[in-house]
Design a protein around this ligand. Structure first.
Ligand code: NDP
Ligand code: 2IT
Length: 444
């Protein structure tokens, strides 16, 4: 059996009931076959792939907190410190009832290669909890965040592990966590990113993931003789990534016509009104029905459906496995030319393969959404030098980083005889840097 197949089998056997983690590992290792086969003897001897798929450390802990009725609630907290070969662990904290160790491991594994692609010195990690911030009062969210950080603070630090936001963790949650970290440790340091601008946050971090998604999509389209101008775009989600993807798409002359949340979706043929969407989601924390109520051109539908709309470009920005084979078929039938993943692993493997077979340009999340973590790394740099850069400075660096990422995928795909396969290009380019750093540092 080939080394890649052996390691995939091992991962499935040793990590039962973690389908998302299996999926992420398979997707990466499948496209590394050509690289692994060329170095098989050396990689096997060093157990390089076994070390790559085993987190350096996994932390799970109890998070007790008191709700507004005086009832004690107990959640589970996680931090998976996956790989520190190229820098301190870096990756977000997801707060969502679906969170379990398998989800955090899939996200942490992806983060290793994503962070490598940014070209910045950050290792891979991820964390979170099955706590659901939805419907909770600010005081309840603060109680949870303080309890969560009371345990997490033992394992993180500005030079060891720097968490940030993800689903359910935005500026409010980062603020509460930062306050508790500072109170417990007495350290005013860049231990979290996505901080508010008054206490060490970076300009453009809020926008970075969505903006970065559009910068890389534009670069990819340009290199293939097209661009965003005049294109109709389907976006899923209506959170941090989706909102700023929609905003930048409009600035580049595109027309995003959809967005969604976990209960329904909007089709707005006149184009999404970003100011209204921000008001509904960022200020009121309300459902999309409120968007539809305030906007005569918008149609609200219950359930899933953004991929059924006829568009040129699809940008999944909500969650994993939200775009399946049936959705991919519908997009292709409607003439979609490009899919770029704002979310982590939003496209199933079958859907990805189908899109690629049909000639749809496809940029995987670990490249397409890397602008968020890249700008987090820029926030760490600013914190280290105790300076704040202007919006234009950070945004300019972000644009360069996203362009460079696209070219590193494109070059790697070409070098290994898979021109245009940006999935393989991302996995190979991300992997090679980490593999080299691991080799140089010996068996650790
Ligand atoms: P937010 O919490 O801000 O928004 C998430 C959005 O997706 C909401 O509209 C939410 O709807 C929807 N959503 C979440 N889970 C589900 C689900 N199970 N089913 C249907 N809809 C769902 O998160 P972000 O925008 O920050 O993150 C979105 C994606 O982007 C995630 O995959 C995340 O890992 C990834 N990402 C985020 C980065 C960042 O910087 N924030 C960086 C890189 C990747 P509802 O409110 O109804 O739950
Ligand atoms: O998935 C991701 O890259 C993020 N949620 C952002 C991580 C970060 O450290 O900014």
């Amino acid at each position: 059996m080939s080394y890649v197949d052996e390691v995939i089998e091992l991962v499935v056997a040793k990590n039962p009931a973690q389908p998302e983690f299996h999926q992420a590992v398979k997707e990466v290792l499948e496209s590394l076959r050509v690289v692994v086969e060329a170095n098989e003897e050396e990689y096997r001897k060093d157990a390089l792939l076994e070390r790559m798929v085993n987190p350096e450390r996994q932390i799970m802990f109890r998070v007790p907190w008191v709700d507004d009725k005086g009832q004690v609630q107990v959640n589970t907290g996680y931090r998976v410190q996956f790989n520190s070969a190229i820098g301190p662990y870096k990756g977000g904290l997801r707060l969502h009832p679906s969170v379990n160790i398998g989800i955090i491991k899939f996200l942490g594994f992806e983060q290793i290669f994503k962070n490598s692609l940014t070209g910045l010195p950050i290792g891979g990690g991820k964390g979170g909890s099955d706590f659901d911030p939805k419907g909770k009062s600010d005081r309840e969210v603060m109680a949870f965040c303080q309890s969560f950080m009371t345990e997490l603070m033992k394992y993180i630090g500005a030079d060891t592990d720097v968490p940030a936001g993800d689903i359910g963790t935005g500026a409010r949650e980062i603020g509460f966590m930062y306050g508790q970290y500072k109170r417990l440790t007495g350290l005013y340091e860049g231990v979290l990113t996505g901080k508010g601008l008054t206490y060490g946050g970076s300009l453009a971090r809020t926008e970075a993931t969505g903006y970065g998604l559009l910068y890389i999509t534009e670069e990819m389209l340009k290199c293939n003789g097209s661009d965003i101008k005049g294109k109709t775009i389907a976006v899923s989600g209506s959170g941090n990534v989706a909102i700023y993807a929609i905003q930048k798409a409009q600035q580049l002359g595109g027309k995003p016509v959809t967005c969604s949340d976990s209960t329904g979706w909007i089709y707005d043929p006149e184009g999404i009104d970003v100011a209204l969407l921000k008001e509904v989601k960022e200020v009121k924390r309300a459902r999309l029905t409120e968007y539809a109520a305030a906007r005569p051109s918008a149609q609200y539908h219950e359930g899933k459906g953004v991929w059924s709309v006829k568009v040129d470009i699809a940008l999944p920005c909500a969650t994993q496995n939200e775009l399946d084979l049936e959705d991919a078929k519908q997009l292709v039938a409607n003439g979609c030319i490009a899919v770029a993943e704002g979310a982590n692993m939003p496209t199933t493997m079958e859907a990805t393969e189908y899109l690629q077979e049909k000639g749809v340009w496809f940029i995987p999340g670990k490249a397409a959404n890397a602008g968020g973590v890249a700008t987090s790394a820029l926030e760490m740099s600013q914190n280290s030098e105790r300076l704040s850069w202007t919006f234009e400075e950070v945004d300019g660096k972000l644009q360069n980083i996203m362009k460079n990422i696209f070219h590193s995928l494109d070059d790697a795909a070409k070098k290994y005889g898979m021109e245009g396969n940006y999935v393989a290009g991302a996995n190979i380019a991300g992997f090679l840097k980490v593999a080299e750093a691991m080799k140089a540092q010996g068996i650790v």
